[in-house]
Design a protein around this ligand. Structure first.
Ligand code: FAD
Length: 266
């Protein structure tokens, strides 16, 4: 593989913290329209430089090797040439330290395929939607809100986003803005580390579910025929929130057996 493998250009990079960024990429050719919640693969050659704050991984790859990993798309579904991704750096990882070293104008590889069954369009029209994310697991929900929030006027849509520190809350302003525009949208960031300047929720997502946040604050019924749950992010959060929902008669959605619990694990 060589530089000619690349088929897209970095058009924007917003550093939220040294290890968290929003990356915008324009493909040379448009892709097909996709569904909110889907992902595509990003790739860079192993010969590309790594970010200064990364550490060397144990495995050294040949420079001509194309390192590819899947990333959820955060942009709206009609934007088929300009893609946005929300990415956290794994300091000893193969791809992310190279992605964090990119600058505007650099070339990159983006898969021509857009894949995945974590489609947020699987909720029946009369059902509410609860989106639960940790960290960059927020990305598919941003795509959904940008694409479809205006179509959901008669049902409720809630997001609980768990992060460590206040500065890890990417998309905070955009989500607060949507919250102010749509009376049926509810946004709950929750932090594990915070000081007295933080007046929002704190603690683990599952604690808020157990204490009835969605029932009391949003008026959601935790019942599979009333509210669909979408979980995306950290495997530990997914395990514990799934456990909570399975006890309330939820079943995991698959193509063969439709259910009201939809999961994407990173
Ligand atoms: C469907 C799907 C969608 C995804 N979407 C996103 C997304 O939107 N944003 C995003 O940031 N990531 C996303 N990921 C994760 C992403 O594909 C990579 O796994 C991640 O970026 C690490 O890649 P890497 O090459 O830097 O690390 P690797 O070289 O693949 O991994 C190095 C080591 O770090 C561990 N590791 C991998 N990921 C993490 C992590 N997140 N935190 C801590 N340790 C880790 C691995 O177990 C491994 O031991 C998604 C994964 C899937 C399956």
């Amino acid at each position: 593989m060589s530089q000619s493998t690349y088929n897209a250009t970095v058009i924007g990079k917003i550093m939220i913290t040294p290890d968290l960024m929003i990356l915008r990429v324009r493909t040379d050719e448009p892709r097909k329209e996709f569904q909110a919640g889907q992902f595509t693969a990003i790739g860079l050659l192993a010969g590309e430089s790594r970010s200064q704050n990364s550490v060397l991984p144990i495995d050294q790859l040949p420079p001509e090797k194309l390192i590819k990993r899947p990333y959820s798309i955060a942009s709206a579904v009609k934007e088929t040439q300009d893609f946005e991704f929300y990415i956290s750096q794994v300091k000893s990882g193969q791809l992310t330290p190279r992605l964090f070293n990119l600058n505007q104008g650099n070339r990159i590889w983006l898969d021509t395929r857009i894949l995945g069954f974590f489609s947020l369009k699987q909720t029946p029209e009369d059902c509410n939607i609860a989106m639960i994310a940790t960290g960059t697991g927020l990305a598919p929900f941003i795509s959904f809100l940008r694409s479809h929030i205006a179509e959901h006027k008669d049902t409720k849509v809630a997001i609980i986003h768990g992060a460590a520190y206040p500065w890890d809350l990417g998309y905070l302003s955009e989500l607060r803005f949507i919250d102010s525009l749509f009376s049926n949208f509810y946004y709950y960031p929750t932090l594990l580390r915070y000081d007295s300047s933080w007046n929002g929720l704190h603690g683990y997502i599952e604690e808020h579910l157990e204490s009835g946040l969605l029932e009391k604050e949003v008026g959601l019924e935790i019942s599979p025929d009333k509210t669909h749950f979408y979980l995306c992010g950290n495997p530990k959060m997914i395990d514990s929130v799934s456990g909570y929902l399975l006890k309330r008669n939820y079943t995991r959605h698959s193509n063969k057996t439709p259910g009201a619990l939809h999961i994407e694990e990173y």
